[in-house]
Write a protein that binds this ligand. Structure first.
Ligand code: GDG
Length: 489
């Protein structure tokens, strides 16, 4: 749908997310270095930047208290079309506490963690207050920068109150909200103490987007059960109007991966990796070190595979990139030592002086090297216990034009619904099933690999990030146009 703007320019879009796509580092008094961190959201929005004049609003990655420093950073960020929200004083309780300690586990079906009764500084109430305060801080910055006619697209569970605050401030602001994580069954969501307030808050948006039909279905039935409101195929009837709820599966920019795999530097890295692992099949894992990614379950399944298949012991290697994340949350530190314990045990049991079955890296790798790893891998092993989509599986497919490797994919990742026909779907909790899938993947005939790859590649190519961004904005634009027409009539 073409966008028509009375000012004759591209309409303005404010993309609001917890983090800006730029990280700021202090380099001296009032001076900052800014580094772009192009994640899924940045490439996802490539689809709308040609139609919209897009500005980002989010936390710049640092707390800044001094006004002169704040102004200097704000000015530098403005050149990259980014507006900072300084979350001084609330960040820890808002982000580590409420977002990552409470909402993240609930949304990923892990239930509410036990509150530490001895920590009187961080209780559920103080974290919830900080969450609301942080959402108000986002609101304040948006208000200062808002111009009539702007669209505001809020991202993820960090900003569930923002649609409500925006609409309370000015009911005419066009607001969309997209959830990047799963939405759980109502039985899990119901345990959240602030369950109704959060649902009511997001329902004030004009359009709510989710990755899969299952998440939409869970959201609608949760609204019915908790708020008693009616869910229709259009959305939720709330406060006399329909809040549209729909599926917008995110994708990647496949051409960026295909291009990168052809760069001389990357083909050189591929040659070196192939030499390094000569005579062995490579199984690859790329995940943030998060409990939802099922890394311990992956290692247990690999251990079982080696146990039951002595033939493969010196013919296969599992390379796992475990990107550090949320180091300030105690559960994540515990997970790290658990994973290290498993790597030590498995390498101790099945390794030799000349070879180790698991290469575990506690760090990220640069983009080119990541593409080289995706391209040389024989099998990609994704064992998420829950995942909104899982872009890593899409990226692997995009880099496998030559090799046509096999994707072993958790049925609990959103991608399980889109790449399920081409991948070997597994229940990551069932180590026997995952172990068998590893064997099947390693032994799969070339013809079957080709057929499965073709299906996946076709899907990844046609369901790109660009499509995701423009589909969401077209739908939001359509809803606004319709409601404006109804008001006029
Ligand atoms: C959340 C939801 C949903 C990873 N390691 C390296 C690296 N990465 C990049 C990958 C990929 C991204 O990080 C990870 O995306 P995922 O989608 O797999 O997972 P989350 O980070 O949990 O993302 C998820 C997503 O939001 C989008 O809505 O799909 O379900 O949890 O792009 O390439 N990049 C580089 N080096 C690494 O070592 N350069």
């Amino acid at each position: 749908m073409p966008y028509d703007d009375a000012r004759g320019e591209r309409p303005r879009l404010l993309v609001v997310a917890n983090r800006l796509p730029v990280s700021a580092k202090r380099t001296g008094e009032n001076s900052w270095s800014l580094e772009m961190s192009p994640g899924g959201l940045v490439s996802g929005l490539l689809g709308v930047t040609s139609q919209f004049d897009t500005t980002w609003v989010g936390w710049p990655g640092v707390d800044v208290y001094n006004e002169v420093e704040k102004n200097a950073l704000t000015k530098s960020l403005a050149q990259m079309k980014c507006i900072p929200v300084f979350l001084n004083g609330v960040f820890d309780q808002y982000y580590n506490g409420y977002c990552n300690g409470i909402l993240w586990p609930i949304l990923h079906h892990m239930g509410l963690p036990q509150e530490d009764q001895h920590d009187t500084n961080q209780t559920f109430e103080t974290q919830y207050d900080a969450y609301k305060k942080a959402n108000r801080m986002f609101l304040d910055v948006i208000i200062q920068n808002y111009e009539e006619g702007d669209t505001v697209w809020c991202h993820d569970y960090h900003l569930m109150f923002l649609p409500q605050y925006l609409k309370e401030h000015n009911n005419k602001i066009k607001v969309g909200w997209f959830l990047h994580s799963p939405f759980p069954s109502s039985e899990v969501y119901k345990t959240l103490p602030s369950r109704s307030e959060l649902l009511r808050a997001v329902l004030t948006a004009d359009l709510l987007g989710f990755h899969t039909y299952d998440f939409v279905r869970h959201f609608l039935s949760t609204c019915t059960r908790i708020l008693g409101v009616e869910g229709t195929h259009e959305g939720v009837v709330y406060q006399g109007r329909v809040t549209r709820v729909a599926v917008f599966p995110i994708g990647i920019d496949p051409d960026r991966f295909i291009r990168t795999c052809k760069l001389p530097e990357v083909t050189q890295q591929m040659t070196e990796l192939k030499e390094r692992f000569a005579g062995k099949k490579v199984i690859l894992g790329v995940d943030r070190l998060d409990m939802i990614k099922g890394i311990p379950q992956k290692y247990l399944a690999f251990e079982k595979f080696l146990e039951e298949n002595p033939y493969w012991r010196d013919k296969v290697v599992l390379v796992q990139i475990a990107v550090p994340t949320r180091n300030d949350v105690p559960e994540y530190r515990k997970l790290k030592s658990q994973v290290h314990g498993l790597v030590g045990r498995i390498n101790g049991r099945f390794g030799s002086v000349s070879s180790l079955p698991i290469h575990h890296l506690d760090c990220s790798v640069d983009f080119n090297y990541l593409c080289a790893l995706y391209a040389i891998a024989d099998v990609m092993l994704v064992t998420s216990l829950r995942d909104g989509m899982n872009l890593v599986s899409y990226e692997f497919v995009a880099c496998q034009e030559a090799k046509k490797g096999v994707l072993v994919l958790s049925e609990f990742a959103g991608a399980g619904q889109s790449l399920g026909v081409g991948a070997l779907l597994v229940n990551p909790w069932d180590v026997t099933e995952v172990s068998s899938a590893i064997k099947e993947a390693l032994n799969m005939p070339a013809e079957e690999r080709e057929t499965r790859h073709k299906f996946n590649f076709q899907y990844v190519y046609t369901h790109s990030a660009k499509k995701w961004g423009s589909d969401f904005m077209s739908e939001l634009n359509g809803i606004i146009a319709e409601s404006e027409m109804q008001i006029r009539n």
